[in-house]
Ligand binder design. Structure first.
Ligand code: CAA
Length: 380
């Protein structure tokens, strides 16, 4: 659902102009420095990008799901690391509070997350709990009006930048599965909380992940999301439903960029006396990519509209995440192929994006986890 088509079109145009005039030209700098420049962060704050999905009553833009996915597609025509920097505030690092938080929790955290004054982060994955997220071992032991958190989290996006974490931890110490898990809001400056060095990744330079370690961290009981123990895994899954659809949109945006890079190269690169775009084997790769990008875009929009009309979209989000993450991998591969040797060189955008998009088949649930979720729903 698009609430006000006229003003939304203006906003999308503004994002596209920002992408074209500011973000794309700065991509090499982000790769060189492994940081998003401060002036770009300031512009993203001023444009309200950190608060796209946070309700208007808490200072955000209150985007519907359809508006959110369209904005992500537009933004991810530039390197996906720019979106990643705002993505924990608009997605996994705020949505636990938006969906299940108490009015007090919302009031305390959402306005600053929306303004981009603070950065949120989502701490679910652990060294021994990746796909089997329900088996996590970080514990939260009740102690009067506090909980004491102990354990460690792994590959946590934006952990080095984060001021506040949504942390899934086990409150029922007897349990070993999802039912004993609760979700907490934990401030970065809590004594005993530390963040490890940046992980060295295959791609996505400029977007950081790191370990987060909890050494007897004292968290007020008021920071238990939903005010009830044992609901944390469900909160995490609800957050991931929304996030997976958004990652599918991210994949579509990057795939559109890759296709344009391939098209532009094919039109200007001459071999055998003419542009390689005139050869049918090149055209086949371009056509396959176009058809797949269109399929991905259609799928994401259909799922987003369904979500805005009310129903649960766990199934559709997993379908979209599975298809789009795999699709952008194929589109990236063809874009490199069309570039030939030039596509293997680190100066080319397609070489970098080829490595960047590999992550989409892994995080927020691997392709295999999406297949399991889909199968479970259709076999019910
Ligand atoms: N919405 C609401 N509730 C849900 C749900 C959903 N989408 N999915 C499951 N639940 C509920 C179930 O109904 C069940 O509730 P009951 O106990 O009342 O029946 C409970 O949660 C447990 O569900 P399951 O029995 O299905 O749980 P499971 O242990 O078998 O796990 C799984 C299911 C799909 C494999 C899940 O563990 C999973 O999604 N794993 C992948 C983890 C993942 O995506 N990690 C990504 C980390 S975050 C990240 O990558 C972000 C980043 O850094 C950028």
């Amino acid at each position: 659902m698009i609430r006000d088509p006229e003003s939304f079109t203006i906003l999308l145009d503004t994002i596209s102009r920002f992408v074209r005039d500011t973000l794309i030209p700065r991509e090499p700098e982000v790769v060189d420095t492994d940081e998003i420049p401060g002036d770009i962060l300031a512009q993203m704050r001023a444009m309200g990008l950190f608060g796209l999905t946070i309700p208007e009553e808490y200072g955000g833009l209150g985007f519907t799901t359809e508006e959110e996915v369209l904005a992500s597609m537009a933004l991810c025509y530039a390197s996906p690391v720019f979106r990643s920097r705002i993505g924990t505030n608009t997605g996994i690092g705020s949505q636990g509070i938006v969906i299940d938080g108490s009015p007090e929790q919302k009031q305390k955290y959402l306005p600053r997350l929306a303004a981009g004054e603070i950065t949120g982060s989502f701490a679910l994955t652990e060294p021994a709990a990746g796909s089997d997220a329900g088996s996590l071992r970080t514990t939260a032991r009740r102690d009067g009006d506090h909980y004491i958190l102990s354990g460690s989290k792994r590959y946590i996006t934006n952990a080095p930048e984060a001021n506040v974490f949504t942390v899934m931890a086990r409150t029922n110490l007897q349990s070993k599965d999802a039912r004993g898990v609760s979700a907490f809001i934990v401030d970065r400056d809590s004594p005993g909380l530390s963040v490890g060095p940046y992980d060295v990744k295959m791609g996505q330079r400029g977007s950081h992940t790191a370990d987060v370690i909890f050494d007897n961290v004292k968290v007020p009981a008021a920071n238990l999301i939903g005010g009830q123990e044992g609901m944390g895994f469900k909160t995490a899954m609800k957050v991931l439903d929304k996030a997976r659809l958004n990652i599918a949109a991210v994949c579509v945006g990057v795939a559109e960029r890759l296709l344009d890079e391939a098209l532009n190269y094919a039109k200007q690169r001459q071999q055998f006396g003419k542009p390689i775009a005139e050869f049918q084997l090149i055209q086949a790769m371009l056509a396959d990519s176009k058809a797949e990008v269109y399929a991905g875009r259609s799928m994401v929009l259909e799922a987003a509209r369904k979500k805005d009309s009310g129903p649960n979209i766990t199934l559709e989000a997993s379908c979209a995440k599975l298809f789009c993450a795999e699709m952008v991998g194929r589109v990236a591969d063809r874009a490199v192929q069309i570039h030939g040797g030039a596509g293997y060189m680190q100066v080319s955008a397609v070489e970098r994006l080829y490595r960047d998009v590999r992550l989409f088949r892994l995080y927020e649930g691997t392709s295999q986890i999406q297949q399991l979720v889909i199968a479970k729903h259709i076999l019910r």
